[in-house]
Design a protein around this ligand. Structure first.
Ligand code: 13P
Length: 248
């Protein structure tokens, strides 16, 4: 049985104060069935780490550089994220792909950096509305997954997490319905079985895109949805904790 995981991606939102508030709210909550990961903006990682009292709540970077170090102004390396206490790094988020030119090749390099640093990549994949309307969902997802896995060794693949985030559902309030999401999650799992059956069965596949307290339980009840990557609703401590409690 795969253990559930819920990750909160704050994107470029929230303040140091709200990061401390969430850390405090999470402090006395126990999640028996779920791993919880928070990805606040990089400048707030340190404050959040100091304020988190539960060892069960983990931290993630929202992105990383594909370079190890050097003259790359504005970038954050995986080693820096590790030093800040991150165990996970989100890679290939559609906003990075769309606004910052993260190609499949760059995503693959980033995944390999994350793995080389001993951290766990949360690899985001997902189709746009146009691609869905053109019946391209399967092709796009398989291409993105294959590229992301192309630079890492088999053992590292076993710890990775995949997040299915249909671009049309992100920040729109219009989540994929549980059946739509399940269909793509199963597609991803079937695709992973071409690499290895154990990999396919053990990989946690998260759903992201307008997950809220009121739709989380029905999404997480689907057999191949192992948790969520939550954007907007993770900024509010109460709703995020509710979502973390909604896992099957
Ligand atoms: P929303 O939950 O705000 O739609 O964002 C989803 C997301 O992009 C998480 O990475």
């Amino acid at each position: 049985m795969r253990r559930s995981l819920v990750a909160g991606n704050w994107k470029m939102n929230g303040s140091r104060k709200s990061a401390l508030e969430l850390a405090t709210a999470l402090g006395d909550v126990i999640f028996e069935k779920t791993d919880v990961v928070i990805a606040p903006p990089t400048p707030h990682l340190d404050a959040m780490r100091s304020a988190l009292t539960s060892a069960d709540v983990l931290l993630a970077g929202q992105d990383c550089s594909e370079h190890e170090k050097g003259a790359y102004t504005g970038e954050t390396s995986v080693l820096m994220l590790r030093e800040l206490g991150c165990s996970h790094v989100i890679v290939g988020h559609s906003e990075r792909r769309q606004f910052f030119g993260d190609s499949d090749q760059r995503v693959a390099l980033k995944v390999s950096r994350v793995v080389a640093a001993g951290l766990i990549p949360i690899i985001c994949v997902g189709e746009t509305l146009l691609e869905r309307q053109d019946s391209m969902t399967e092709k796009v997802i398989e291409r993105q997954v294959a590229a992301a896995l192309s630079q890492i060794h088999d053992k590292a693949k076993l710890s990775m997490i995949v997040a299915y985030e249909p671009v049309w559902a992100i920040g729109t309030g219009e989540s994929a319905n549980p059946e739509q999401a399940q269909k793509v999650h199963l597609l991803i799992r079937d695709f992973l079985s071409k690499y290895d059956v154990v990999l396919s069965e053990s990989t946690r596949i998260l759903y992201g895109g307008s997950v809220k307290s009121d739709n989380a339980a029905s999404l997480f009840a689907m057999p191949d949805i192992d948790g969520g990557l939550v954007g907007g609703a993770s900024l509010d401590a109460k709703s995020f904790i509710n979502i973390c409690r909604s896992t099957a």
